[in-house]
Design a protein around this ligand. Structure first.
Ligand SMILES: [Zn+2]
Length: 478
């Protein structure tokens, strides 16, 4: 243990660098945390967290939806408590920066973990000692880390380690996803577990059903319902089955250009050490069906950790009723009219993301859909395999394939693998954003179809946002 005086100096110095963060290059937001850990030492992180955060910290992790869910949870909890936060970070340095930034009642931190080596989930658990760990989902995307292929088992293990040694607090986890449900089941003996999931009869995945292995015994799971990819209602011969959700989405209806949703249940609240009843109905913009999980998860986090029990339901409704698209990351998928045609356009760079885009397009189209597919890059054959399932589910009447990332040769290779299944063509465009933007706009304008999906891999801000912006500018007044 370092001397108390030195610790205080390092803490002060690290905090001072917070003010200059804006002037530092990308990654600057990790810098104060980096300084603290380097000079005060990691073993002093628990002391820092204790001094800065009165009640404790919550960490949010998973494959999809971390950033949106964390942002929503922060917005909700911010109404009742002072928070320390960090969004969109994957290192212990950014997390420590969030702890240094201000004194607060509660810490809410996104914590993405790609693998055990880089994410050090066991160390983070030990040093931060969270009172809450939240899981969104764990799917097979992103299993490649810095070019090295990691097994899915290792990936699940890395996520599991973030809560494995917890002996107080609450695990909040998605029970529709077998891997995150299994983490919850194994923690029931140590801590409270709040499960969230869907209870919707009509919602059913339109895609080829994935084969999902039981996390307990390795045999294939039996599904009575797939909501989205591996998420659904499942069971196994070994006795493992989907746990009942404590809080669930029970209604989802389209109402004009909004969605009407109901979330209800009974959630264990850590602060009062009692169950809290939740029953809310609200209208949200059509953010994409996967975002319903983000809304449900952030509601569960809020209900578990708010310290103001008065009007909890009203506060949740009030927040989500005012929600708009700015909550979503750049490059997000949206559907709008271009010259009398309905165009769905935006990022879909993993299998899950492309499926939800295709699903949304399917929901809004009343005729044949043309798909302008932007391919992944070299070494992304896994992503392409998942994309193929999404394309088959959509079954476009016309398929136009364009390079989405750097390699045009690889794009053609992908095209060759699917060209015979559809009425298709390949348009090679070199790696030049202006040329690619113009090509996409031209294809949309010249399309003879009324419903056009433009998705796959691409630069979020430089391509997707730019294509959307120019189309809207040109056609907004018609
Ligand atoms: Zn099993």
């Amino acid at each position: 243990m370092m001397s108390n005086i030195k610790y205080k100096i390092v803490k002060k110095f690290s905090q001072l660098t917070l003010k200059s963060m804006h002037y530092l290059p990308t990654g600057g937001k990790s810098f104060p945390g980096y300084l603290f850990l380097k000079y005060a030492g990691r073993e002093n992180l628990p002391q820092l967290a204790d001094e800065q955060i009165a009640i404790g910290s919550i960490l949010l992790t998973g494959t999809n939806g971390k950033t949106t869910t964390t942002t929503m949870a922060i917005d909700l909890l911010n109404r009742d408590m002072n928070l320390s936060t960090s969004v969109d970070n994957n290192t212990i340095y950014a997390l420590t920066t969030g702890i240094l930034e201000n004194k607060s009642e509660l810490g809410v931190f996104e914590y993405g973990i790609r693998d055990i080596e880089h994410g050090e989930p066991d160390n983070v658990q030990r040093l931060v000692s969270p009172i809450g760990v939240t899981y969104t989902n764990i799917s097979r995307e992103h299993t490649q880390v810095l070019g090295v292929k990691k097994s899915f088992e290792d990936y699940v293990k890395a996520k599991t380690l973030l809560s494995e040694a917890m002996d107080k607090g609450v695990v909040i986890t998605n029970c529709d996803d077998p891997n995150t449900a299994y983490i919850g089941l194994n923690k029931e003996k140590d801590v409270h577990v709040n499960y969230y999931g869907f209870e919707l009869d009509f919602l059913e995945d339109i895609f080829e059903s994935p084969v999902v292995k039981c996390p307990n015994c390795g045999k294939q799971l039996t599904y009575v319902k797939y909501y989205m990819n591996q998420r659904g209602i499942y069971s196994c011969d070994c006795g493992f089955k989907r746990p009942e959700p404590d809080i669930k989405l029970t209604r989802f209806e389209t109402q004009d250009d909004k969605w009407l949703i109901t979330i209800e249940g009974r959630v264990y609240n850590y602060i009062i050490d009692k169950d809290l009843d939740i029953n809310v109905t609200m209208t949200v913009p059509m953010l994409g069906i996967h975002n319903l999980y983000n809304i449900l998860c952030s509601t569960a986090v809020y209900a578990t950790f708010t310290n103001e029990m008065e009007n909890v339901n009203e506060k949740i409704e009030d927040y989500f009723n005012q929600l708009d698209f700015t909550i979503l990351p750049p490059g997000r998928f949206e559907i709008f009219e271009v010259d009398g045609k309905l165009v769905g356009i935006g990022q879909g760079d993993n299998g899950d993301a492309l499926k939800v885009n295709a699903l949304l397009m399917d929901l809004y189209s009343e005729g044949d859909v043309e798909f302008i597919y932007n391919t992944p890059d070299e070494y992304e054959d896994d992503v392409f395999e998942d994309h193929k399932v999404a394309i088959r589910g959509l079954n476009p009447v016309s398929l136009i394939v364009v390079p989405g990332r750097v390699s045009v040769t690889k794009a053609q290779e992908y095209y060759n693998q699917i060209k015979d299944e559809y009425d298709s063509k390949f348009i090679p465009v070199e790696y030049d954003f202006e040329k690619r933007i113009n090509n996409l706009i031209k294809l949309i304008k010249h399309s003879k179809y009324n419903y056009i999906l433009v998705s796959g891999c691409g630069e979020e801000q430089l391509v997707w946002d730019e294509v959307k912006r120019r189309l809207k500018e040109e056609y907004s007044n018609q």
